[in-house]
Design a protein around this ligand. Sequence first.
Ligand code: PBG
Length: 323
Amino acid sequence: MLYRMRRLRVDETMRSLVRETVLNVKDLVYPIFVVEGNQVKKPVSAMPGVSNLSLDMYLRELEEIAELGIPAVLLFGVPDVKDEVGSGAYDPNGIVQRALREGKKRFPELLFIADVCLCEYTSHGHCGLVHEGMVLNDETLPLLAKSAVSYAEAGASIIAPSDMMDGRVGAIRKALDEQGFSHIAIMSYSAKYASAFYGPFREAAQSKPAFGDRKSYQMDYSNRREAIREAELDITEGADIIMVKPALAYLDVIREFAIRFDIPLAAYQVSGEYAMIKAAAQQGWIDEKAVALESVTAIKRAGAKIIITYFAKQVAAWLKSSG
Ligand code: PBG
């Protein structure tokens, strides 16, 4: 036989020589949920290993992350008090703002990414202002812009809008530039699908919509071409990094973006993806490490350079131990 594909699979050394995709700890972003209080480490039931952390515990977590060599964290705030207009999101003393200030002071080498969205802060759990059952778009934009500026003031290096309002990237870019933050990057959740894979996150962030769903702003999971338009608009409005979310069920979208857009690409392996692997592994039905590494590598192989994952700490440790 002239061609024998197995020649290059003969042993691990040979395989590693021809390996096309190799995970690097510098690809990883670890999401963290910060809450009010002291000594709080409240486990999220559907996400084993993930907890809501008060600031003192969060600082300890950052220490671990820095030690593992993970370059960046993505912060979500879970405030004690929520209201109709999501004030906690843009309160200069809000939970994320304090987490950013404290974190940046103690760990200046870490990159802090602030998720911008109202849903964790609104009493109705929607990502924008609500009027007569409708999620308002243009009225929400100034609040998102205000949140972004306050996160930048507090020490965020990257602003990550996840609300899916139209025009948000432009509104945020303009506000950042006007307030002296032209050096702060925007990572846009460009193709964020209305996905049932976010279930466990909503428990963690207590952000389940009180009525209806998010289908009037997040994307329909049946659509790929629409995602291209979303990304084009975000890039035109000034996004520095684009993102696809969730990841594993949307590898085709990741691939499409990687081929089309010469701009750094991120993918978010979301809470439900994590929960599924954890649950099956706990049952002894799959090998957690093997499946987690295979999934995260597949996301990179599809074309995402930046991978946001609740497995970040474990992956970093696994990469370290395999040398
Ligand atoms: C906020 C937001 C959500 C996630 C990230 N940012 C939830 C949602 O849109 O309901 C989900 C992340 C995850 O599931 O891990 N809008």
